[in-house]
Design a binder for this molecule. Structure first.
Ligand SMILES: [Ca+2]
Length: 82
């Protein structure tokens, strides 16, 4: 038996090919739930222990995503202006 301290569970990709993520803790049946990235920090608890709505993680996630959106927007405008 391997240690349960780390999550090494791989989620199969979603039907549309998007990457999915395993919740860090298993549910009552001992199964790791796979969630889509768009349910992260959406205000609804999707993981058994609510990790996908963790306040600190979501703050990091949202600021990072905001920066990436600005960067992607700037790249798009740069590409269009050429
Ligand atoms: Ca959620």
């Amino acid at each position: 038996m391997s240690s349960q301290l780390t999550v090494d569970y791989e989620c199969p990709p979603a039907a549309d090919g998007m990457e999915r993520f395993a919740c860090p803790t298993p549910d009552r049946q001992g199964r790791y739930r796979c969630i889509d990235d768009h349910v992260l920090c959406d205000g609804f608890i999707d993981c058994p222990s609510g990790e996908d709505e963790d306040r600190q993680a979501c703050m990091f996630y949202k600021t990072t995503k905001a920066h990436l959106d600005v960067l992607a927007d700037a790249l798009l405008r740069w590409a269009r202006g050429r």
